[in-house]
Ligand binder design. Sequence first.
Ligand SMILES: Nc1nc2c(ncn2[C@@H]2O[C@H](COP(=O)(O)OP(=O)(O)OP(=O)(O)O)[C@@H](O)[C@H]2O)c(=O)[nH]1
Length: 354
Amino acid sequence: MFDSLKDKLGSFRKDVEETTEEKAEEAEAEAEAEADASPEESPDAEPDSGSDESSSSGGGFAAKAKSFAKGEIVIEEQDLEDPLWELEMALLESDVEMSVAQEILDNIREDLIGATRSFSSETADVVEQALHDSLLKVISVGQFDFDQRIAEADKPVTIIFTGVNGVGKTTTIAKLSKYLEDRGLSAVMANGDTYRAGANEQIQEHADNLGKKLITHEQGGDPAAVIYDAVEYADSHDIDVVLGDTAGRLHTDEGLMDQLEKIGRVVGPDMTLFVDEAVAGQDAVQRAKQFNDAAEIDGAILTKADADSQGGAAISIAHVTGKPILFLGTGQGYDHIEKFDPENLVERLLGDEE
Ligand SMILES: Nc1nc2c(ncn2[C@@H]2O[C@H](COP(=O)(O)OP(=O)(O)OP(=O)(O)O)[C@@H](O)[C@H]2O)c(=O)[nH]1
């Protein structure tokens, strides 16, 4: 998952390390040259003394030489220019949305530039920390604990799923019913996709496999009425959660948006979750934004993360929509759903494991 992006982030760390190493070598050479010219003022004369007085002749060189004596260098904007440019290209190639890539670079710049850093092993840590903080900041926008939100809400909790066709919405609903069951919560599914022929049969198969109740109406029926019936059913059978599918048509389709609006009015869902596939990259990011603008979402689920080496959608959606990613789909099985954990994702992206 996200292997290509992981490699590119690794390259950035290497680039900065190399740049700072070169800088350290330059500082060393300059310090030696100065020591040769005026031995009594050599910063090498008392490298560990902590005294800054002996070489305090002022100016850029003196500061560099002093820093070098203390095992430090100052990271300047020009040192990061090339590595940051490479990083920007790498993020864009990985389908990270432009404004998100910019934000990541700005955060890194703010963290690294002007700081006096030890250039030994600490450089790697400093760059890693800056990348870590910067990625975490954009990925964790709006994050909330899904399990806790469900646990604390009045039952039944109604969740509506939106998104375009074929991205894995129905499978995700099935996975979530299993996820909830594993946590001691019962769920009923409702097929609000009354538009597409065969939709009832498709979701029925999942319901049968998982032993779940499914509420359906005839094709062409009113989606709001289906979800309403499911909420009634859940109420009278003490079911904790209603999982309502909707027709996967385009966000530009006014009919669909009217349907979502009607569902909102008739049922008043507790959560509306947007589902799209990680592999769609920037397209998924744009769709998330457009769905959120048309019928406000509470969060997103990215399917097929197992097949996505880029990671652009996972990095960008929360920052672009202001709504968090809550789950990642990681395969075709019912257990292949992972609660989205920004910290865990960042560690995966920056970690050493393959
Ligand atoms: N590899 C992988 N495949 C997935 C994942 N989630 C869903 N799929 C597959 O994607 C395909 C489409 O999934 P569906 O659930 O039928 O898609 P949908 O969004 O409901 O499609 P519509 O009902 O047409 O809107 C199926 O073959 C799923 O098994 C995932 O996380 N990883």
